[in-house]
Ligand binder design. Structure first.
Ligand SMILES: [Zn+2]
Length: 119
């Protein structure tokens, strides 16, 4: 198994750092958005209240997803610092480079991710 080139790693680090700040921003914005919905609930009618609740639950699930992606991004950055980046957390094989390019925060190889997804 060949090692990832330094310039590829730097490129992936840059991308991880930029998604980290985007996700952090998204989570901050999400916090204020869910707050507004809660405040509005007393002053709106039944239908728009249901709308607001639906929007709120959507905002919550987006937040949950963003928070979990952020955790993966942070872990990937740690692995980059430890020199352990690019190895599957399950089978210790190299994660496919085109997979890392598509999803720099991936912590499993395609084969293991597939097994996880199928449960
Ligand atoms: Zn694997």
């Amino acid at each position: 198994m060949e090692n990832l080139h330094t310039e590829v790693l730097e490129q992936l680090r840059t991308r991880l750092l930029s998604s980290k700040s985007k996700l952090e921003q998204q989570l901050e914005m999400g916090e204020s958005a869910t707050g507004v919905v809660t405040l509005d609930q007393t002053s709106v009618g039944r239908v728009s209240r249901m709308d607001a609740m639906q929007q709120q639950s959507m905002a919550v699930s987006t937040r949950v997803k963003a928070a979990s992606t952020l955790r993966n991004v942070q872990k990937a950055l740690l692995r980059l610092d430890n020199g352990k980046y690019g190895f599957c957390n399950k089978c210790d094989e190299n994660i496919e480079l085109n997979r890392l390019m598509a999803q720099p925060e991936a912590s499993f190889c395609l084969k293991c991710q597939d097994q996880i997804d199928r449960g």
